[in-house]
Design a protein around this ligand. Structure first.
Ligand SMILES: Nc1ncnc2c1ncn2[C@@H]1O[C@H](COP(=O)(O)OP(=O)(O)OP(=O)(O)O)[C@@H](O)[C@H]1O
Length: 684
C-alpha cells in the first residue's frame, strides 16, 4: 500500500522588517531531503525526512518543478490535491498564489495546462475552475458572483453516493491564461484577509481552488479523460499570544484552529484505522466535525494523489510551531493510499465503498460500444467514455456551469431505464426482502403495485414528451413568426418597432414586454463589440434600465434559438445581449459554454426550465410580469373577453373571430412567459 499524502517542506526567508525576532541558522537545518529543527529551549533537535525540502533560498520555479509530476497525473484522469499547511505568516499564500512578479503554484499550473493544450494534436483539452473559501466554518463561492465580487454562501450536501459536494457551486470554463488570471484575481481579492501582528495580510479563511481538466479525443469525441487538481491554501494555525488578535480576529482564529485540529484528528484516526485494519469499524473518523474536512474527505480517504506542502517560518518565536507542523506532516504521510495500479497499468480504487460503484445503468443491446473503442472499466477513478449512446458517467461535463466542484468522478445517472420500478435491481430487491422476512404474498402485492406505478410513470413520461414536443413546435412557430430577421430592411424594422409600440399601448404592457411579442429592430450604429448581430438600439443612447431590458429581451430570443438547437444564432444573440449587460456573469458563462460547445469541446449546454412558484392565484394585471406565471397557469384556456377582464386588451387585428384572437394572445403570452422565465434564469 502506498502513501496517500506526499510531503514537501519549504522554509521562507526571514522577514525584511525583522518581525521574526531572533533567527539562528541552526534553528532549522536542511540537508537533502532531511530536515531538523531545534525546540524553543534549544536543547533538543527533531529530525524528519520528506520527499522534498526547500530551504530559504528556494525559488517559486523550483517549488513548482517539484510538484509538476502531480499535474501529469491529472492529465491521466487522476485527481490530485495539493495542500499548503503551516503557521500564520509562514508563506502558504506566497507559495500557492505568489504575486505578479513572482507567481506561485496556481498560476504556474494554469500556464502549464495551457502549454499542454497547445501541444495536443489528437485531442482537445478544456479547463474550468471553481473557487471556494471556508470562513468561520461556512462555505462561500468566490466565483458565485463575478461581476459583483461578493462571495456567495453555499451549503454542503451529501450526494446519493455518499460524496460531500458544494451545492450550486459555479464552475467557470476558461479559454486562455489571461482569462483565468483576470477571473481568479478578481475572485481572490474577495477572499477574507486581515492584518495581524504576524502577517499584514493574513488569510482568515481556507481557500480551495479546483481546476477541472478534460481531455477529449478528437477522433472519438466520446472518449474523455477528466481529472481535477484541487489547490488548497489552508489558513494558518494561530498562536493568539503572538497574533495580538482582537475579538473578531479571535473568532476567526478559533474557527481556523478548530478545523485544523479536526484535520489532525482525522489523520490520527486514519492511521489508527490502518493499523487495526480497514475493516475495523470501531475507529470513528470525524469528517463531519468541520466543513473543511467534509470537503476534503475524498482526498483524505486516499481517493486522490495528495501533496502536503508544509510552510515553515524561521525564528525562535516559531520554533514550537515548526516542530508541530513537521510532526503533523510526518503523521499525514503515514496515511495509506487507496489508489492501485492494476496489471493493465490503469489505476483503480482498491477498496471502493459499495455506494461508489453505482455505475451506469445496464446497457441495452443497441448501446454496446463499437468494437474500435476501448472498453469502459467501471472501477477506474477516471472515465474513458466510449459509447455515444450512454450518457457520460464521469464528472458532470463542463457544459453544466453550476455543479459541485468537489464531486466524485463517478456519479449515478437517472435514466428512463432506472427511473421506473423494476429492471435489473428488482431481483436483488426481492432477495433482500426475502432475507428481511417479507412474506411472498406481500411481495407479490408489492410487485403488482410496482408494475402499476411503472406503467403510470411511463404513461406520464410519454404524455410529458408529447406535451414538450407540442410546446417546442408552438415555440418554433412563434419563432419563425416573430424572431428577429437580420436581413430585414430598415423600413420593415421601423414598422415592427411601431407595431411593438402599438401593442404595448394596446395590451397595456411595458415596451420590453411588447418587444418580445413583436421585436423592434434597429440597426446599431457602429460595430457590435462582442456580437456581430446588429440588433437592438445604440447602447450609448440608453439609460441603465433600458439597457437591462434590452439585454433581457435579446437573451429571451437567444434562448428560443438555443432551445431549437440553432446554437450559432443563439450565441450571436447572447453576445449581443451581453453588450447591453456586460456585468452579467451568468450570461458571460453561457457565451463561453456555447463557444466551447460549438468547437466540440463540451456537449451543448442545456437550458434549465425554471418554474417559478406563485403564491397568489394566477391573474394578469397591467403590471403583471408574465415571467412570474407557471407554465400550468398558461395552459388554462381563455377567451379574449376573459383576457380583457383581467386587464389585457385583445385586438382582433384582422383575426377572423374572437376565439382565434384569444388563441393568438394565449400563444403570445405562453411564448413570452417561456422567454421571461428564461430571463429570470439568466439575467436575475
Ligand atoms: N519564500 C518566500 N520568499 C519571499 N517572501 C516570502 C516567502 N514566503 C513568504 N513570504 C512573505 O512572507 C509574508 C507572509 O506570507 P504569506 O502571506 O504567504 O503567509 P501565509 O502563511 O499565507 O499567512 P496566513 O496564514 O496568515 O495567511 C508575505 O509578505 C510574503 O510575501
Amino acid at each position: 500500500m502506498s502513501k496517500a499524502i506526499a510531503c514537501h517542506v519549504r522554509v521562507r526567508p526571514p522577514a525584511p522588517d525583522g518581525n521574526d525576532c531572533k533567527i539562528n541558522d541552526e534553528d532549522i537545518k536542511i540537508e537533502g531531503n532531511k530536515i531538523s529543527a531545534l525546540n524553543s529551549q534549544g536543547d533538543k533537535r527533531y529530525h524528519f525526512e520528506f520527499e522534498k525540502c526547500h530551504d530559504v533560498n528556494s525559488t517559486q520555479e523550483e517549488v513548482f518543478d517539484s510538484i509538476a509530476p502531480f499535474i501529469e497525473q491529472a492529465y491521466q484522469g487522476i485527481n490530485c490535491t495539493i495542500f499548503a499547511y503551516g503557521v500564520t505568516g509562514s508563506g502558504k499564500t506566497h507559495t500557492m498564489q505568489g504575486d505578479e512578479e513572482d507567481p506561485g503554484i496556481i498560476p504556474r499550473i494554469v500556464n502549464a495546462v495551457f502549454q499542454k493544450r497547445s501541444q495536443l494534436k489528437k485531442s482537445t483539452l478544456s479547463l474550468s475552475f471553481s473557487y471556494v473559501e471556508i470562513l468561520k466554518d461556512e462555505v462561500y463561492d468566490l466565483l458565485g458572483s463575478l461581476g459583483h465580487y461578493q462571495p456567495r454562501k453555499r451549503d454542503i450536501r451529501t450526494s446519493s453516493d455518499g460524496q460531500n459536494i458544494v451545492a450550486d457551486l459555479v464552475v467557470h470554463p476558461v479559454e486562455s491564461e489571461e482569462q483565468f488570471t483576470v477571473q481568479y484575481d478578481a475572485a481572490a481579492k474577495t477572499r477574507k484577509t486581515a492584518s495581524t501582528k504576524l502577517n499584514s495580510s493574513s488569510s482568515r479563511s481556507h481557500a480551495i481552488l479546483t481546476l477541472h481538466i478534460e481531455i477529449r479525443n478528437n477522433e472519438y469525441p466520446n472518449q474523455v479523460r477528466s481529472g481535477k487538481i484541487c489547490l488548497t491554501d489552508l489558513a494558518g494555525s494561530e498562536n493568539n499570544n503572538l497574533t495580538g488578535n482582537d475579538r473578531e480576529r479571535m473568532r476567526e482564529s478559533a474557527a481556523i484552529n478548530t478545523s485544523l485540529t479536526t484535520l489532525g484528528k482525522i489523520v490520527d484516526a486514519l492511521n489508527l484505522k490502518a493499523q487495526r485494519g480497514r475493516a475495523d469499524s470501531t475507529v470513528f473518523v470525524p469528517y463531519r466535525e468541520s466543513k473543511l474536512t467534509r470537503l476534503l474527505q475524498d482526498a483524505l480517504e486516499g481517493h486522490s494523489q495528495n501533496l502536503l506542502i508544509c510552510c515553515l517560518a524561521p525564528g525562535e518565536k516559531f520554533a514550537r510551531d515548526t516542530i508541530n507542523t513537521l510532526q503533523f506532516a510526518k503523521k499525514s504521510t503515514a496515511v495509506e493510499n487507496r489508489l492501485q495500479v492494476d496489471g493493465n497499468g490503469s489505476r483503480r480504487l482498491s477498496q471502493v465503498p459499495a455506494r461508489r460503484l453505482s455505475g451506469p445503468p445496464s446497457r441495452r443491446p443497441s448501446q454496446v460500444p463499437p468494437p474500435h473503442a476501448p472498453r469502459c472499466d467501471r472501477l477506474i477513478p477516471f472515465r474513458i467514455h466510449t459509447d455515444p449512446n450512454v450518457p457520460f458517467m464521469g464528472r458532470p461535463s463542463l457544459g453544466r456551469p453550476v455543479l459541485s466542484a468537489l464531486a466524485p468522478n463517478i456519479k449515478p445517472v437517472r435514466t428512463a431505464g432506472n427511473r421506473t420500478a423494476g429492471g435489473k435491481n428488482r431481483g436483488k430487491a426481492d432477495k433482500e426482502n426475502m432475507a428481511s422476512g417479507t412474506s411472498e404474498g406481500k411481495l407479490d402485492r408489492r410487485k403488482v403495485a410496482n408494475r402499476k406505478s411503472a406503467t403510470v410513470t411511463e404513461k406520464h413520461t410519454q404524455q410529458d414528451d408529447a406535451e414538450k414536443a407540442k410546446e417546442q413546435q408552438a415555440q418554433s412557430d412563434c419563432l419563425s413568426d416573430r424572431l428577429i430577421d437580420q436581413d430585414k430592411q430598415h423600413t420593415g424594422a421601423q414598422e415592427e418597432n411601431e407595431a411593438a409600440q402599438n401593442l404595448a399601448q394596446g395590451a397595456q404592457m411595458s415596451l420590453p414586454q411588447a418587444a418580445v411579442f413583436a421585436p423592434a429592430i434597429e440597426p446599431v450604429s457602429g460595430p457590435s463589440p462582442t456580437g456581430d448581430d446588429n440588433v437592438g438600439p445604440d447602447i450609448a443612447s440608453l439609460n441603465d434600465e433600458a439597457r437591462v431590458n434590452w439585454g433581457k429581451t435579446l437573451v429571451s430570443h437567444a434562448r428560443v434559438y438555443h432551445q431549437a438547437g440553432d446554437l450559432e444564432r443563439a450565441l450571436q444573440l447572447y453576445k449581443r445581449a451581453y453588450d447591453y449587460v456586460p456585468q452579467n456573469h451568468r450570461l458571460e458563462r453561457r457565451i463561453f459554454e456555447l463557444e466551447l460547445s460549438l468547437k466540440g469541446m463540451i456537449s451543448p449546454p442545456k437550458l434549465t426550465s425554471t418554474s417559478i412558484r406563485v403564491k397568489e392565484p394566477f391573474k394578469i394585471t397591467n403590471d403583471t410580469d408574465v415571467g412570474s406565471m407557471t407554465p400550468n397557469d398558461l395552459k388554462r384556456p381563455r377567451s379574449s373577453s376573459s383576457y380583457e377582464r383581467i386587464g389585457v386588451k385583445v385586438t382582433h387585428a384582422g383575426e377572423d373571430d374572437e376565439r382565434g384572437a384569444a388563441k393568438r394572445v394565449k400563444e403570445d403570452v405562453q411564448c413570452c412567459a417561456s422567454r421571461r422565465l428564461a430571463i429570470h434564469d439568466l439575467v436575475n
